[in-house]
Design a protein around this ligand. Structure first.
Ligand SMILES: *Cc1c(COP(=O)(O)O)cnc(C)c1O
Length: 430
């Protein structure tokens, strides 16, 4: 077990949340593959249901393998508590569910993972939750979009498809002035490069599908709460600060203190939305998370080497990687990402649509997939795949112009990555 001094990330990644099995002494967290847990008696069951005692009831709500993962990821992000979910999209739903109601809105950066843009603008609209997309680089744009019905600000720390670093401290200041939480998707940066709570974020979400699991096996998500937001004091969040009609009149905040939002996410969010992570998937993500700091260091150094290499190639028009000296986000990468640009980024290939297609078809080491953050290097040509339905103008505006190639750099020997890129660049522009 750990001492009282705050351990480093490498230590937390292998120790936090680990709870040797009391029955057998098994050191590695077991997969508690069970739907339900036996109560000691009727009174014990009643105490659990009243949240008077914390324990296991039913795996839609809580499960020891899932709890272990929640504890680990809360520790890695420096949060008070965490709720694991069945996917990254489920994490976004669960994160906003306590905050929004029909007729309310949230202000969101337009530099966003495409799937999140869809979820917010289409599905959430049908819940009556309005997502107001603005350019977070425009001074005053966030302020202008906020009004008395705004309940959150949402952005990515390192924005997908890469290269853009958000000024988290500036955005957090605006959220604080309006007494609403800042929710940060930290999927691309990971807590190894950035811990948004230290820069003023209230809530951090992840698609653990990506770097946290890290090997392309498991869809999952996490919602980490800082435990610092004054829900009751804000007066804007009745779900958290007024007696809950669906929970025996319990007032989550301030009754449950720093754990109010997390308990709400489990007791109401998972109970009613059912977006729970399975114990098997929690186990796989626990295993992956053990090597997160080691992997992110290698992903990042490989990615910097590839970005610098690409920048010098005659076939390449531009490279958008925040770790490059030439990047307009270089200073922010120092401030927020330990000088790194992560390992997912885009570059522009000369020769447009046809060259882009030829390039991705010619790569051998890279896999052409709709994913990122795998141990293997991955490539995408958005114009011929995910953004194909759009007009060329709309594609360009979304950062998915014909010439744009997105890379997610893996853990291979970087010389092998260069060799593959070189032959594909030659094939594409021959
Ligand atoms: C993949 C991704 C998501 C969605 O996560 P899923 O696990 O696929 O549901 C959200 N945000 C970012 C930045 C992502 O890369």
């Amino acid at each position: 077990m750990m001492s009282d001094a705050t351990p480093g990330l490498h230590t937390l990644a292998v120790h936090a949340g680990l709870a040797p099995d009391p029955a057998t002494g098994a050191l590695q967290t077991p997969i508690y593959q069970t739907t339900s847990f036996v109560f000691k008696d009727a009174d014990h069951a009643a105490r659990l249901f009243n949240l008077e005692e914390v324990g296991y009831i039913y795996s839609r709500l809580t499960n020891p393998t899932v709890s272990a993962l929640q504890t680990r990821l809360a520790a890695l992000e420096g949060g008070a508590g965490a709720v694991a979910t069945s996917s990254g999209h489920a994490a976004q739903l669960l994160a906003l569910f306590p905050l929004l109601e029909p007729g309310l809105n949230f202000v969101v950066s337009n530099k966003l993972y495409g799937g999140s843009a869809n979820q917010f603008s289409q599905a959430f609209k049908r819940f009556g939750w309005e997502a107001r997309f603005v350019d977070f680089e425009q001074p005053g744009a966030i302020e202008a979009a906020l009004d008395d019905k705004s309940r959150a600000i949402f952005c990515e720390s390192l924005a997908n498809p890469g290269g853009v670093v958000t000024d988290l401290k500036a955005v957090a200041k605006i959220a604080e002035a309006h007494r609403i939480p800042l929710v940060v998707d930290n999927t691309l940066a990971t807590p190894v490069l950035c811990r948004p709570i230290e820069h003023g974020a209230t809530i951090v979400v992840h698609s653990t599908t990506k770097f946290i699991t890290g090997n392309g096996t498991t869809i999952g998500g996490i919602v980490v709460d800082s435990g610092k937001f004054d829900w009751a004091g804000s007066g804007k969040f009745p779900a958290l600060s007024e007696p809950s009609p669906s929970y025996h009149g319990l007032t989550f905040h301030p009754t449950l203190g720093a754990m109010a939002y997390t308990f709400y996410g489990i007791a109401i969010g998972l109970r009613d939305l059912g977006v729970s992570l399975s114990p098997q998937n929690a186990f796989l993500t626990m295993l992956g998370s053990e090597t997160l700091p080691l992997r992110v260091a290698k992903h990042s150094s490989n990615a910097l080497a590839v970005a610098e290499w690409l920048e010098k190639r005659p076939e390449v028009e531009w490279v958008s990687y925040a770790g490059l000296e030439s990047s307009p986000y270089r200073a922010r990468s120092e401030e927020y990402l330990k000088g790194s640009g992560g390992s997912v980024f885009t570059f522009g290939l000369k020769g447009g649509y046809e060259a882009g297609k030829k390039f991705v078809n010619s790569l051998k080491l890279f896999s052409l997939v709709a994913n990122l953050g795998d141990s293997r290097s991955l490539v995408a040509h958005p114009a011929s795949t995910t953004h194909r339905q759009m007009t060329p103008e709309a594609r360009a505006a979304a950062g998915a112009g014909d010439e744009v190639i997105r890379l997610s750099i893996g853990l291979e020997d970087v010389a092998d990555v260069f060799a593959d890129l070189e032959q594909a660049l030659k094939a594409a522009t021959a």
